[in-house]
Write a new protein. Structure first.
Length: 456
């Protein structure tokens, strides 16, 4: 069903149409469609009258009365009621129930926390499926002793936006390292100056650094001499020190030895899939055999290791994902992150014409991961969602007990300020008492970032 959307909702309801978009491909907003769907909301005092009118279904009108102690609480409740009403309209129209019901946005764990980790409330108040309600509440419970509660604590993030090659599912602003070879020394020096500035800020303000996270891109794609310069300036800043190694083809014994010497406590070796045909189609310059080889070398050191898998990769079957997950579990890494493919603007898959799939294969794969990981003593500890995700699912970080990555929790839950360094890095300043977050972004492009740094 294609339709033109005509919305007369107040600005604080901007998120509401995301409910409609979540029903794609069953429903599609199309400015050129002759069919219309209209959303109207009238607010008078504490009373709301919400109307859904269309050229293809009976009009729905609901009246709500809200008693709230503040304007913020009033708006929050109003948005919830309107989204629920629209969700039920879409569900009745299509005959499709979404796993997260009327919840939209990146952090459904925020809602789970707000209802006291009560699955029944998520089911009854937001129409979340029982399986996802339990997953959300379990995730929040597993964060309890690890999430930041100190206003004076920060994390440091360093962005290294280079990769050996570009994966087709990736939408990050990342440059193939061979194309940027001449700029790498200058980029490294700029990052080092920013790191020194951040460390000075930490010292002057008496802040506590909870974690350091070097991401990208693939940081270990850097030449070892440049990588050493950056890591040396981050060594011993925090007890949790993560480097996103990611691509097995970016690692060797010398680089792993360097990471160990610099005090890195956590790395990632990300298969995404153990299917060689899939890896080649995605543009990843490694094989499943390389994953095993790199993992064996890394296990000679004391790193906590994370391994990523992606559900819903092109031409992969349910059996393909089961095989990849079973092989990952057999290696017993401390963390396993299960992503569901999201078709993102700027990714090669989007350019190739890929669209969100709702065939149920991804849902089966995600349910299998929940079952198998639980049976092997992995618990969910962070969860987030993205738009245009296969079967409207989620991304979940699983861990062995006590091996939670605090950076992932604090970042996903916006529980800690992040001082970010490098091209495309975004610093976030959390003001918990004021329920407010401020962001400060570095230039996204490599050349723009270097030009700004030259002028400072």
């Amino acid at each position: 069903m294609n339709f033109k959307l005509i919305s007369h909702l107040p600005e604080f309801m901007n998120e509401v149409p995301e409910v409609l978009r979540a029903f794609f491909p069953y429903l599609k907003i199309d400015a050129d469609s002759p069919e219309e769907l209209r959303l109207d909301l009238k607010i008078k005092g504490g009373e709301l009258i919400f109307e859904i009118g269309s050229s293809f279904a009976p009009t729905v009108q609901e009246a709500f009365f809200i008693l709230a102690e503040s304007e913020i609480l009033f708006k929050r409740e109003a948005k919830k009621l309107v989204k629920n009403s629209l969700y039920l309209f879409c569900k009745n129209l299509t005959g499709v129930a979404l796993p997260y019901g009327s919840l939209t946005g990146v952090r459904p764990t925020t809602v789970a926390r707000a209802v006291g980790c009560n699955p029944q409330k998520l089911i009854s108040e937001y129409h979340v499926s029982p399986e996802r309600a339990n997953l959300l509440c379990e995730t929040v419970k597993n964060q309890k002793n690890h999430i930041n509660i100190c206003e004076n604590a920060v994390s440091i993030y360093v962005n290294i936006p280079f990769c050996a090659s570009r994966c087709k599912y990736c939408s990050f602003i990342s440059t193939e390292i061979k194309r940027a070879e001449k700029l790498l020394p200058e980029y490294t020096e700029c990052v080092l100056r920013e790191i020194e500035s951040v460390k000075q800020t930490v010292n002057e303000r008496g802040l506590t650094v909870r974690s350091v996270y070097v991401g990208g891109g693939t940081p270990t794609a850097l030449p070892i001499n440049l990588l050493e310069k950056i890591l040396k300036n981050l060594s011993k800043v925090a007890s949790e020190f993560t480097v996103e190694a990611g691509r097995p083809d970016s690692l060797n014994a010398d680089k792993l030895s360097l990471l160990n010497d610099m005090g890195v406590s956590r790395i990632s070796i990300n298969p995404q899939s153990f299917n060689n045909q899939t890896l080649e189609a995605l543009g990843r310059a490694h094989t499943a055999e390389n994953i095993y080889e790199t993992y064996e070398i890394a296990r000679k050191f004391s790193f906590n290791i994370n391994m990523d898998l992606i559900i819903g990769l092109p031409n992969e079957s349910y059996a393909d994902f089961k095989n990849s997950l079973n092989k990952t579990v057999s290696l017993k890494p401390e963390n396993i992150t299960v992503h569901t493919l999201s078709i993102k603007r700027g990714a090669g898959l989007k350019t190739d014409g890929a669209v969100k799939s709702v065939l149920g294969i991804s849902a089966m794969s995600a349910d299998y991961s929940i079952k198998v990981l639980s049976e092997n003593n992995y618990i969910p500890y962070y969860l987030y969602r993205q738009k245009n995700t296969e079967d409207n699912l989620e991304n979940v970080g699983y861990t062995l007990q006590g091996k939670q990555c605090v950076y992932n929790i604090d970042h996903m839950e916006e529980a800690s300020s992040i001082l970010a360094v490098g091209a495309g890095a975004i610093s976030k300043f959390i003001f918990g008492k004021e329920n407010r977050t401020e962001r400060k972004a570095n230039p996204k492009g490599l050349k723009e970032y270097l030009e700004r740094q030259r002028g400072q």
